[in-house]
Design a protein around this ligand. Structure first.
Ligand SMILES: NC(=O)C1=CN([C@@H]2O[C@H](COP(=O)(O)OP(=O)(O)OC[C@H]3O[C@@H](n4cnc5c(N)ncnc54)[C@H](O)[C@@H]3O)[C@@H](O)[C@H]2O)C=CC1
Ligand SMILES: O=C(O)[C@H]1O[C@H](OP(=O)(O)OP(=O)(O)OC[C@H]2O[C@@H](n3ccc(=O)[nH]c3=O)[C@H](O)[C@@H]2O)[C@H](O)[C@@H](O)[C@@H]1O
Length: 451
């Protein structure tokens, strides 16, 4: 049985390493960050991902899953190396591949046995080809090292499920031996019926970025419809529900609201635009600039609406804003390009006193936005608030008691930027409930008007 190394043990790599151990392999996780490695080796996951601590601990305890900062150890022991390092956005918008290149520069000369290097990081098309040439120039004579690309489609917050039960596997291979080895590694999901798409390296790389660009486009499409609904007095929630019944469209990713954020969708859209420009094909993806603009307008829209409430209310001078949610989405503590945190920071810059509550992301949020106040629970966050913003749709916000909260705030105005709260409950408790692009329930509106 092959031994696997997973290089880069962040959100993707830590989950992938534990997933590979769960599939029965001996796995060595490698990272340059000694603090992260110490935590993982001790069975601790240094970020919030439901189900991962249990999976990781189980395999660390049996010794099937080990962690190290030593690339030499990985090179000596593993036959297959998954590359899972970050590919963040550079200043130009293109992907910054320095970590990927650093891995190859370190790993290739250390290899003393034939190996397969499998990229999982999200990279611009053409990267695998470039790495293949680079590896060939760095390895010892007599050693055969192949490169394959196996992009990852997991969602944060569902990472364990998505790793063990992916909806498809994509193998970008330059030759048949890489495909055989990948089929061996993923034998269990394949036996469970997971479809496998085997293709060339370039197509595999492009599948990944185009999948994320498509998801971003779908979200911006429904947000564009939200803008239109607002102008026309129509209701985007009903519109999305009606669209979603068409199987060709599908109901997922039609959640209008604050738009997409996170460590992947925004940067992958920009990286695709940048790569297409490099390839002289910028026009083909010109529409993605519109996708980005719509996405950015959602954040602008909520900032403007919150300021409008503050200006119209009693506390404009040092208006208090309660922000519910800091993570880029629920079930995650990731605040990379978080729409919620951007809105909170912009309101702070505009002079508001912003207090944020998030069930798990406060520590990370504080490290990137220390100027904001953080509350230990939503009630403290809402104390004397002039406006409450619902910016990340954690399930617990759905069960907040609007009557109790009304007694805590100064001005009962709630902006549901994620369109997921039950408007009727808030309206019935006497709140001014705002939800861009939607029509509020008539009966309750009447009741409020009458009261
Ligand atoms: N986060 C996610 O849900 C998904 C991420 N991806 C892609 O996976 C890649 C990694 O993303 P994340 O895990 O979110 O990033 P991350 O920033 O959480 O993790 C990257 C890790 O790589 C380590 N690293 C950097 N340079 C290294 C080196 N030379 N040697 C060893 N380790 C090194 C860092 O210390 C860090 O722990 C990106 O390309 C991303 O687009 C793909 C699918 C899902
Ligand atoms: O490449 C990646 O890293 C991953 O990026 C996304 O996963 P993730 O970033 O974890 O989160 P999503 O669930 O896609 O949500 C992204 C953003 O879109 C927003 N969103 C999502 C759905 C929706 O209907 N509306 C909406 O605004 C979310 O709030 C969030 O800010 C993709 O869904 C994964 O398939 C991919 O592997």
């Amino acid at each position: 049985m092959v031994t696997i190394s997973v290089i880069g043990t962040g959100y993707l790599g830590a989950t992938h390493a534990a997933g590979m151990a769960e599939l029965g392999f001996d796995v060595i996780g490698v990272d340059t960050d000694p603090v992260k490695i110490r935590a993982l080796a001790g069975g601790e996951v240094p970020f919030h991902e439901p189900g991962l601590p249990e999976l990781l601990r189980r395999h660390v305890q049996t010794g099937r899953l080990r962690f190290t900062t030593s690339m030499a150890q990985a090179a000596a022991e593993a036959d297959l190396h998954f590359v899972c390092v970050g590919t963040p956005q550079s200043l130009t918008g293109a992907a910054d591949l320095s970590a990927v290149h650093a891995v190859i520069a370190e790993l290739a000369p250390l290899l003393r046995r034939n190996a397969l290097v499998v990229g999982k990081s999200t990279v611009p098309v053409g990267t695998a080809e470039q790495l293949t040439r680079r590896i060939a120039s760095l390895i010892q004579p007599g050693i055969a090292v192949e490169v394959a690309w196996n992009p990852e489609f997991l969602r944060e917050g569902h990472a364990v499920h998505d790793t063990l039960h992916p909806n498809r596997l994509v193998f970008g291979c330059a030759g048949p031996s890489a495909e055989w080895l990948l089929r061996e590694v993923y034998a269990r999901p394949i036996a469970d019926g997971v479809p496998v798409v085997v293709t060339d390296l370039a197509t595999a790389e492009l599948v990944k970025v185009s999948a994320n660009a498509f998801l971003a486009t779908k979200i911006s499409f429904i947000n564009a419809m939200a803008e239109l609904c607002e102008a026309a007095g129509a209701d985007v929630l009903t519109l999305a529900r009606a669209l979603g019944h068409d199987e060709r469209i599908g109901a997922q990713f039609l959640g209008a609201g604050l738009g997409y954020g996170g460590g992947c969708l925004p940067k992958d859209v920009r990286a695709l635009i940048a790569r297409a420009d490099e390839l002289g094909s910028g026009e083909s993806v010109a529409f993605l600039r519109g996708v980005e603009e719509i996405n950015q307008r959602r954040r602008d829209r909520i900032v403007a609406e919150a300021l409008e409430v503050l200006r119209g209310g009693p506390g404009w001078r040092a208006g208090r804003v309660a922000v519910l949610g800091a993570a880029f989405k629920p079930h995650s503590d990731d605040v990379r390009d978080s729409p919620a945190l951007e809105v909170a920071q912009r309101l702070h810059r505009a002079g508001a006193l912003v207090t944020v509550y998030d069930p798990v992301a406060a520590v990370r949020a504080r490290s990137v936005a220390p100027q904001l106040r953080y509350a230990a629970n939503p009630h403290v966050a809402c104390r004397k608030a002039d406006v409450v913003l619902h910016l990340t749709e954690w399930p617990e916000f759905g069960s907040l008691d609007p009557v109790r909260l009304r007694a805590i705030v100064r001005n009962p105005v709630l902006i549901d930027a994620r369109n997921t709260l039950d408007a009727a409950r808030w309206l019935a408790a006497g709140w001014e409930f705002r939800r861009p692009g939607t029509v509020l329930p008539l009966v309750t509106q009447d009741r409020v008007a009458a009261g």
